[in-house]
Design a protein. Sequence first.
Length: 211
Amino acid sequence: MSLTPAKVSSFLGGRIPPEIESMSRNLKDVDQETFRKLLKAVVSALEGRDCRGAMKALAESSVLPQERLGLIVAGMHRVLSEAVRVPTSLLKQEAFKEDLRELRIPEEFITDFSSVVFGTRRVALEAATSDNDPHLPSVEEFRWRVDVAISSSSLARALQPSVLMQMKLSDGSFHRFEVPVSRFQELRYNVALILKEMNDLEKRGILKIQD
């Protein structure tokens, strides 16, 4: 017996964003030259460049109403933003095209979208998207040493070692803390356990179906 999972968009998830649905409806009667000019402006915006002049010129020269152009641009921006966030090892070009076909996007426009997502501009788009995404500071430097208290207010703690740690984060902040050896060993064990579980998951398929 075999199971066939329900069709789920490979890069948009289970729910289609309203910007993309609106873009799909408003692409009717749009010529490819206009589409490509809009797509070029959206790509420039995603890369962090100022595209206001180009968008103003397009709005003034196009026969399409500005409101309709805005809906198309918003949908283009969402399509590209979502697609470049998915690694190419998980998002295949044909699957991406099939997702857009199900949204009733014209085939010539699908080809243009695909040339951006899987073309030479992808690296720049990934870098720009990553910079704009909210993220926590990363660890830049980590130092530690073992300290032994020779005497303290509690004799029971005398000559008990502890691990002193200092972390420097990418935002320039420093964090210092002291960890008893017992807690350090617990941390070491849990980290090793998580790494083992991650390794086990990588060796295993997400879903195995047997006859």
